[in-house]
Design a protein around this ligand. Structure first.
Ligand SMILES: [Fe+2]
Length: 282
């Protein structure tokens, strides 16, 4: 990094800190109990709950829409000895999916966590398949779109060890005042991500936190702050990913794959829902 780039980056970090402080007075009031979620996110970078506990009004619409589409995904026979990337549908244009992610209670939680206005980028419906080798998001990494990236992951099927749960390293093992932080950053910088063997030498496997859970499990996770990955799986896993950053994010050019043509959209038949025109950022 040149000195000029360094100065620009420091300036931008300072503006970010000030903007967060200034926004505190505008933060929406949280519904009862939701302070707990925000506090856990600030402390741990993660909070795990489930759809019925959240009790959002649009949940049944979301589940109906997801279960209508899931049978059309993963119909190919996959061989786990080659790298099988996930099948992803962009469902940001479909109100049954998009509207769940913009439930006011969720947006209020996220705004309180980010302490900045929220950009809601969209929704992926995804199936992940059996793999024997770690590649792409199966490698340990941090997301890079913004300084904080809040993802809500909804399990649509039961997720046990064999289905490859979301897994993360607790913040206490990777905080900036530890050498681990820099060892990990260097490895991520040099490669696309870190495999289990390499990470085990920095943070022992016994410290990693796996997040199995029944269908309906909801994981709020800051995938920027947390070193994370999808564990290798022997059986497929179905999920929804909702993604939020501050508005505007630090790297808007990296946030487009929730609404551009990076992934296909589902083939809707006549009885399916109406498609909304264009994705919006709140
Ligand atoms: Fe990620």
């Amino acid at each position: 990094m040149t000195i000029q780039e360094k100065i620009f980056s420091l300036n931008s970090d300072l503006r970010y800190i000030l903007a967060r402080q200034q926004h505190v007075k505008n933060l929406p009031v949280l519904a009862k109990g939701d302070r707990l979620i925000v506090d856990a996110l600030k402390r741990d970078g993660i909070y795990i709950t489930n759809l019925s506990e959240l009790g959002l009004g649009s949940t049944s619409q979301l589940l109906n829409a997801a279960h209508r589409l899931l049978p059309t995904m993963g119909t190919t026979q996959y061989n786990s000895s080659v790298n099988n990337p996930p099948e992803i549908y962009i469902v940001t244009d479909l109100p049954s999916f998009y509207d769940w992610g913009k439930e006011q209670r969720l947006l209020n939680i996220i705004e309180n966590y980010l302490s900045l206005p929220v950009a809601y980028h969209g929704v992926h419906l995804r199936k992940d398949f059996a793999n024997e080798n770690q590649f792409a998001t199966l490698l340990w990494h941090r997301d890079v779109e913004d300084r904080r990236v809040l993802k809500i992951v909804v399990y649509l099927s039961d997720v046990e060890a064999k289905h490859g749960p979301f897994e993360y390293v607790p913040l206490s093992y990777t905080s900036k005042n530890q050498l681990n932080y820099y060892r990990i950053q260097q490895q991520i910088h040099n490669t696309a991500g870190i495999d289990d063997e390499a990470l085990n030498k920095i943070v022992p496997k016994s410290a990693w936190k796996s997040c199995p859970g029944p269908a309906g499990t909801v994981i709020f996770a800051d995938t920027r702050r947390l070193l994370h990955h999808g564990t290798l799986r022997r059986e497929e896993r179905s999920t929804l990913f909702f993604v939020y950053t501050a508005n505007p994010p630090k790297r808007p050019e990296l946030c487009t794959h929730f609404w551009d043509n990076s992934y296909p959209r589902p083939n809707l038949n006549s009885e399916s829902e109406e498609v909304k025109v264009g994705a919006s950022v709140i």
